[in-house]
Design a binder for this molecule. Structure first.
Ligand code: AMP
Ligand code: MG
Length: 357
């Protein structure tokens, strides 16, 4: 009997030792799953907690948001487009409603630099599709006349929306991934994942806690002129924070030496030519995923000077990195606003000039 007790004690001792060791050394093998969702390669990684459930529920959630934010038959956005100008309110899903509510708030704040009613222009140019083209002046003027955030109306009571003019349509490409990041954070929290990483195509990322090495996650900031998406200009250490990037290298085509990319200046209906090649934003706190996604697109449209001033005066807790080019030299300019000290450190680390051969 004594022998059995000794064996049990020994068993408990071994269990405790292994637990202490695995906590001290970090979890050796995070669970990682990759899938193609939201038009991009999604990677969900959980180091601790109910890893399997968190990741599987996360993937299912992304598929749901993908369908909701799409323009497919039967989607909210298609229903709104079909009803545009006929006066009827269209009841939409709470998720799409929330995205539109936040979008409208930012459209007002940014004087329309961020505007989800840019849809007709996105559609006309078709950047990233096989029918991409530089449109003629007349069709461009026509598409542009259907853009304007004041012509999108929302009714919170009935979670309904309407587009007040025919020819209008929405596009959620600049916010959906960031919004989904915040949804994933809620799912990971529910399943007690304190350390992990979620990446939607590398352009919207959230780092939970620390990597298995017990250090902040290391997030590469993509080289804006390299074909290889894994060639980084810099690496940002990230912990409990969201990072988002927008750039003219994500989706574009070239004609007569001009690069036509997918981030539009809604005021003119053309790809923004602000002198910026890429913007990366980091932020912490509630809605940091949504905030960083909206900000990268917005700051790209505004350009370095206007964007910096906007950020510094806005009081938003976020830091941004603008990448500009001068011949073969890339410049990083960091700007920051509000109370984001940890973020400032992340970006001053990479705030430098990089020579590219
Ligand atoms: P992102 O990669 O987050 O900068 O989002 C770019 C996508 O958002 C584009 O593919 C367009 O569908 C859409 N978009 C482009 N310009 C704007 C804009 N100024 N405001 C809102 N959405 C935009
Ligand atoms: Mg965006």
């Amino acid at each position: 009997r004594r022998c059995i007790i000794m064996k049990r004690l020994l068993g408990i001792l071994i269990f405790i030792t292994i637990t202490i060791l695995s906590i001290a050394c970090g979890h050796p093998d995070p669970l990682t799953k990759t899938a193609v969702v939201m038009d991009t390669v999604v990677t969900l990684e959980a180091v601790d907690g109910e890893r399997e459930q968190a990741i599987d529920e996360g993937m299912a959630y992304l598929q749901r948001i993908d369908a909701l934010a799409s323009q497919n038959e039967g989607s909210d956005l298609e229903a709104l487009r079909l009803a545009a100008g006929n006066g009827a309110w269209v009841e939409i899903s709470p998720e799409v409603f929330e995205m539109l509510e936040i979008s409208q708030e930012w459209a007002a704040k940014t004087d329309g630099a961020f505007d989800v009613t840019v849809g007709p222009v996105v559609w006309l140019w078709g950047i990233g599709t096989e029918y991409a083209k530089v449109p003629g002046e007349a069709e461009l003027a026509e598409a542009r006349s259907h853009v304007g955030w004041q012509k999108l109306e929302l009714d919170k009571e009935t979670t309904s929306a309407r587009l007040t003019e025919p020819g209008m349509r929405l596009h959620l490409g600049a916010i959906a991934k960031g919004y989904a990041i915040d949804g994933l954070r809620a799912i990971f929290a529910k399943h007690h994942v304190k350390n992990g990483l979620v990446s939607l195509g590398g352009s919207s990322i959230y780092a939970f806690g620390e990597s298995p090495k017990g250090k902040p996650w290391r997030i590469g900031i993509r080289h804006p002129r390299s074909e290889d998406a894994k060639e980084y200009l810099a690496v940002a250490p990230l912990s409990d924070a969201a990072l988002s990037s927008s750039g003219d290298y994500e989706r574009y085509f070239e004609q007569d030496g001009v690069r036509y990319h997918h981030i539009f200046n809604p005021a003119i209906g053309r790809p923004a030519t602000s002198g910026v090649l890429g913007v990366t934003v980091v932020a912490q706190g509630d809605h940091a995923g949504t905030l960083t996604d909206i900000l990268t697109t917005t700051l790209f449209v505004m350009g370095e000077e206007k964007g910096k001033a906007f950020l510094e005066n806005s009081g938003i807790d976020a830091s941004a990195l603008f990448i500009t080019q001068d011949g073969s030299t890339f410049h990083f300019t960091a700007a920051q606003s509000g109370n984001a000290p940890a973020m400032r450190d992340v970006l001053t680390d990479v705030s430098q000039t990089v020579e590219w051969k």
